[in-house]
Design a protein around this ligand. Structure first.
Ligand code: ATP
Length: 607
């Protein structure tokens, strides 16, 4: 195998990509294995299969090369100027340039074209072994100039076709049109099962060298990441209920953090993420709490790593885990801290418990973990985290008996600005990598709001702390579409937004609007008649802007998601909106109208 040229694999890739039928793809792969990977040395299988399933290869760390950085390294490796049209095509691979045509959005195809003019057609004779060695070096090199010089080495030893596939290997997406499952099955009938409980491709290739020898089903082990059980998406509560018909069902909040498996083996603790990488950065913030409050020596917990904001008394929005982990490492004081929410237990003492029912696992979880508020929580119905919920907020996990129960829980969760809910069959076992429907997820419909939205400030909310007594957030509205050649007369409440502006920018807007702020004397006085609002207390502002003509337009953007709204009067609202800029240049009547916004929602490709 060590002598097999990478060009042989490239022919296999090209064949597989070209052939339409899955069985032809599989037989090509089989032929390659039989001809080029002799079963006398497991290493051979691994060195080839790790290039076919690069996303599952744990032996090499991450390359630290997403498309943009890869583009800059390739530009330097080839020695092009950054301003040249080809460099621009690589850097703007998403949009494509004048010559990108159908390639726009496909980085490796653009790169292959750029390279073709420089590399020519003859292969440099790189072997699979050499390629793996160079990829090892690429992953372990720390700075860009080292990465660039390894890439130029690769370019020297390959042609443009080969480089195209190497780039896809680096980006971990080969687009061969064959599932990982088919690759595994063709290699060995037990390969997928073994991989699911070990997440170790090398071990799978070594243990299952002989296709005719069946492998006894292996259970999970402490210290080896397991492929997580997954949730099947459903579109509404009725569909969810139908799927779980007759089952005992628990509904849980879908927390928006990092899926983490905690493996505790005596004093050793590992934090494995969804893609089976260890995350030692969580050690500083979490290990002590775990050692003191997990009451058995060995176990595996499944759950979500989140950030608890002690001053706001709620979980922080997604995205701050790494920052808080870093702060914990540096010993910085903060109101925010890492908090692990365990929603399952997979191993306890010296046995795997994935075959027990979820109900039993919940009981076990309560025996094994001593919860610490805001640090280490457990998610079980009628206990655990539910006991710590802030007053007035919905609970986080609940046994439901009918569709109404699911709908109510879903609505409360969304009103509370959480991501969605997960429904689970209480009698099901935990199955590695399963997405067959034992767990269902229900999320609000969301879409991409591609462009900035110009909306009008119609009210304000007072801040706390530094901004106590001052308006710190705004209620913004969309216009009701006016008759042609007239100005809008009514504005519909749309969302509440407080982030995005610097202190100075915020002060400038508040100072300008201050003379027109009118206190909302709820419930004594109704809102001004030109604003259409709901009666929801989450929307209710502290002040109104006296009239739309006096107000200011702001451009807002959001975390791609637009959600169906029940809190605000407009049919959709934004998730995590922020102000991009203040549009002093736009008169109040040029505010986006509801109809145009809804059209924008419908025309965008919702997922
Ligand atoms: P998504 O982008 O919707 O999170 P996904 O493909 O990452 O999808 P799924 O398995 O489809 O993951 O959805 C379940 C995910 O939801 C889990 O991986 C986990 O990170 C997260 N999650 C949050 N809360 C829970 C919970 N209570 N039970 C199970 N999973 C939860």
């Amino acid at each position: 195998m060590s002598e097999t040229k990478f060009s042989v694999m490239v022919s296999l890739f090209n064949w597989m990509q070209k052939s339409k039928s899955s069985s032809v793809k599989r037989s090509k792969f089989r032929k390659f294995l039989d001809t080029f990977c002799r079963p006398n040395n497991g290493e051979d299988y691994f060195s080839a299969i790790r290039l076919i399933l690069p996303g599952l290869d744990r032996e090499r760390g991450s390359y630290g090369l997403r498309e943009h950085v890869l583009a800059t390294c390739l530009i330097d490796a080839i020695g092009m100027s950054r301003d040249s049209p080809d460099s621009q095509r690589l850097l703007n691979w998403r949009k494509g340039g004048p010559r990108s045509g159908a390639f726009a959005g496909n980085f490796s195809l653009i790169a292959a074209e750029v390279l073709q003019q420089r590399q020519g057609m003859t292969s440099g004779g790189l072997t699979i072994k050499e390629l793996n060695e160079l990829l090892d070096r690429l992953a372990s090199s720390e700075n860009r100039s080292d990465k660039t010089s390894i890439l130029s080495d690769l370019i020297r030893k390959t042609n443009a076709q080969e480089m195209k596939w190497i780039i896809m290997i680096i980006l971990k997406d080969l687009k061969l049109g064959i599932s990982e499952r088919s690759i595994f099955h063709e290699f060995h009938p037990d390969a997928e099962d073994l991989f699911n409980v070990t997440c170790d491709l090398k071990l799978v290739c070594e243990k299952l060298r002989d296709r005719s020898q069946r492998h006894k089903r292996q259970d999970i082990e402490v210290g080896r990441p397991v492929r997580p059980q997954l949730a099947l998406r459903v579109s509404n509560a009725a569909a969810a209920w139908k799927k779980l018909h007759g089952k005992e069902v628990v509904v849980e909040c879908k927390f928006d953090g990092d899926r983490i498996q905690i493996h505790k083996n005596g004093a050793d603790i590992n934090f494995f993420s969804r893609n089976f990488l260890d995350h030692p950065e969580y050690e500083h913030g979490m290990s002590d709490v775990i050692r003191r409050n997990i009451l058995i020596d060995r176990c595996i917990l499944d759950g979500e790593m989140l950030v608890w904001d002690a001053s706001a008394n709620r979980f922080a929005e997604f995205g701050s885990n790494q920052e808080i982990a870093k702060a914990a490492k540096e010993g910085l004081d903060s109101d925010r801290q890492l908090c692990y929410v365990a929603f399952d237990i997979l191993y306890a003492g010296d046995t795997s418990v994935i075959h027990r029912s979820l109900k039993e696992r919940h009981q076990l979880l309560q025996k094994v973990v001593k919860p610490v508020a805001g640090r280490l929580e457990i998610l079980v119905p009628n206990g655990g985290l539910n006991a710590h919920r802030p007053a007035g907020e919905p609970c986080w996990s609940l046994i439901v008996h009918d569709i109404d129960g699911v709908e109510r829980f879903f609505k409360e969760t969304i009103d509370n600005r959480d991501e969605g809910i997960v429904l689970k069959d209480l009698n099901s076992k935990w199955e590695p990598s399963d997405r067959s429907g034992k767990w269902l997820k229900l999320k609000p419909e969301y879409i991409r709001a591609g462009s900035d939205l110009d909306v009008l400030i119609i009210g304000g909310y007072y801040g706390s702390g530094r901004r106590g007594g001052e308006v710190a957030q705004f209620l913004v509205g969309l216009a009701e579409r006016p008759a042609s050649n007239t100005y809008p007369r009514r504005f519909v409440s749309f969302c509440r937004v407080g982030t995005g502006l610097s202190d100075e920018e915020l002060n400038a807007v508040v100072t300008k609007l201050k003379p027109y702020f009118r206190k909302y004397e709820y419930p004594k006085k109704p809102p001004p008649s030109f604003y259409q609002v709901t009666n929801n207390s989450k929307e209710r502002p502290d002040v109104w802007v006296e009239s739309p003509e006096k107000s200011i337009i702001v451009s807002i953007t959001s975390d791609i998601r637009t959600i169906r709204s029940e809190v605000f009067a407009a049919p959709y609202s934004l998730r995590f909106p922020r102000i991009d800029r203040v549009r002093y240049d736009k008169p109040w009547h040029e505010c986006l109208d509801v109809q145009s916004f809804v059209e924008l929602v419908h025309s965008s490709n919702g997922t």
